[in-house]
Ligand binder design. Sequence first.
Ligand SMILES: [Zn+2]
Ligand SMILES: [Zn+2]
Length: 280
Amino acid sequence: MTTPFLADLHIHSSFSDGKHSIPELVDFYGGRDFGAIAITDHLCERRSVLGRAAAYLNRTLTEATFPIYQEILKSEAKRAWEKYRMVVIPGVEFTKNSLSNHRSAHVLGLGLTQWLDPEGDPATLARGIRAFGGVAIAAHPVSTRKLEKQTYHLWDHREELRAEFDAWEVASGAKLFDEILRSDLPKIASSDLHHKGQMTSWKTEFDCERNAEAIFQAIRGQELRFRFYQEKSPQGSISACDLVGAQRLHALAPRAAARSMRDFIFSDQLSQTSPRTSRL
Ligand SMILES: [Zn+2]
Ligand SMILES: [Zn+2]
């Protein structure tokens, strides 16, 4: 017998351009009863000017920082499980930023505990992630409608790349991507959180065993659903999954709600603007 739990599988720490340390993030999510999180710091390719700039600014993992990043993730995973019964999945966000948005792509690798060279093309990276037993996710592949770096390469090449990825982000933060929603690509929703002010966002709910492998299987089999999580106060003193939002959807679209585990939740909260992000 399993109990459904919320997961946020795209989160940045101070190892790249996130504001908070990994222990802070564990306590932040653990205190809100999340069942799983993935820390996915940027790992920028070194060849591009923007990648080198990120390295110069210490906004990316490097081969030098990768071992300590993994060590902290491992010890925090143990602490998170003992204290909160929350799974912490090690991950990276392979970050290929070109001056052209159409040549830029971000690839999430969940379950990656070994160094993987970030210079490869997206398909090579996805294959590398999967060869390690991990899950490859196409991060924010369409316009985020925000003033920030856009990454269209994966969406531009979706037909040739669809078999390479286990899921495509249907939401990033508070924004739901209509193009992905309407597509038949496998989906996942995460916050791409860089600071606590971005907690109000779409998340993914699982109903499986609380371990990384079960979660990966659920992603591959698309046994998941999406929820809009509303942070109740800026301080986060009270928080809960916004079931009101979900119930509103059920009232609006009972057939959609009953259809499958993948019941997409539309709500007027989508029109909310999220705080400015500072992501790469
Ligand atoms: Zn990204
Ligand atoms: Zn990100």
